[in-house]
Design a protein around this ligand. Structure first.
Ligand code: ATP
Ligand code: MG
Length: 266
């Protein structure tokens, strides 16, 4: 990591469902830990897919039905330290989610300073410098909860699927991110990570051209191609980097991870 003193908080958001947010968050998280960073993952989605990337279903349901999950931490405005769970991997911890997160918008509605609840829950973890990176997986929505995720973050990575509908809606995301500047001056867009690429399709070239035309938005050099190993890895509750290190997508995710880790020195 470039600045050993400071915890960098990165969120993965895009209102387009299935754009690769969770796959990218889990693999970059695992990759950063492999590079020697201390990493905390936060599963911000009621689908619990990030938690499922590291634990079997039964365990995930235990987290979801118990008290140790993000929903209770945010609802009760608690320090997230007490909600951290170790994964099977060195230097890699997680705050699990719950399907109860479906009502988080309702819970936030009546709270004062409601845009900053997650930021406050993270305050002491950040101040203690417990982690080099905190990665937050956002749900495919734009609303009060994702506003919380953005306000808690230093950097935003936008996973975009290389497809026509993958690009549709990006404008809404940028408008939403702009509206966050009313609440925080801190958030910076780190870049767009292109996922699920089929290099045989001409459409990929068009996607790249369109994204590269966006002013002031970095497009990561390393993109991730379609690879069935990703689904096998998820079926085995592992990021593909941990499940099949030599697979195409694992190699690509490691290169993308290095780009993220070296971002400051670009
Ligand atoms: N490179 C890839 N090759 C093949 N399948 C992929 C790849 N990346 C992601 N997938 C698959 O695409 C689906 C969506 O990916 P993922 O869950 O990461 O997206 P998401 O943006 O988090 O979705 P959501 O918006 O529902 O949270 C998953 O079933 C995943 O296994
Ligand atoms: Mg997801």
């Amino acid at each position: 990591m470039n600045n050993a003193q400071q915890t960098k908080i990165i969120c993965f958001a895009n209102n387009k469902g299935g754009s690769g947010k969770t796959t990218t968050c889990s693999n970059i998280g695992y990759g950063l830990a492999q590079l020697g960073n201390k990493v905390l993952l936060i599963d911000g989605d009621m689908q619990m897919n990030l938690t499922l990337s590291f634990f079997e279903e039964e365990k995930v349901l235990d987290f979801a039905q118990g008290e140790k999950n993000l929903f209770y931490a945010v609802r009760d405005q608690k320090d997230l330290t007490d909600y951290i769970v170790a994964t099977d991997f060195d230097n890699l911890d997680i705050v699990p989610s719950s399907s109860l997160m479906s009502s988080i918008e309702y819970e936030l509605f009546s709270k004062r300073q409601r845009e900053y609840i997650l930021k406050n829950c993270l305050k002491s973890i950040k101040a203690a410098g417990m982690y080099d990176y905190i990665l937050i997986d956002a749900p495919p929505t734009l609303g009060g909860w994702v506003m919380n995720v953005l306000c808690a973050s230093d950097e935003l990575i936008i996973p975009v699927e290389a497809s026509p509908w993958g690009l549709f809606g990006l404008a809404n995301l940028f408008d939403f991110v702009n509206s966050v500047s009313d609440y925080t001056k801190n958030l910076h867009i780190m870049g767009i990570a292109i996922t699920k690429v089929d290099t045989r399709k001409n459409y990929f070239k068009q996607t790249l051209d369109t994204l590269n035309e966006l002013d002031d938005i970095y497009v990561f050099k390393n993109y991730i191609r379609v690879d069935s190993s990703i689904e096998w890895a998820q079926d085995n509750s592992r990021p593909v980097l941990a499940y099949r290190k030599s697979s195409r997508s694992a190699v690509e995710y490691m290169e993308l991870t290095k780009e993220v880790d070296n971002y400051g020195s670009r």
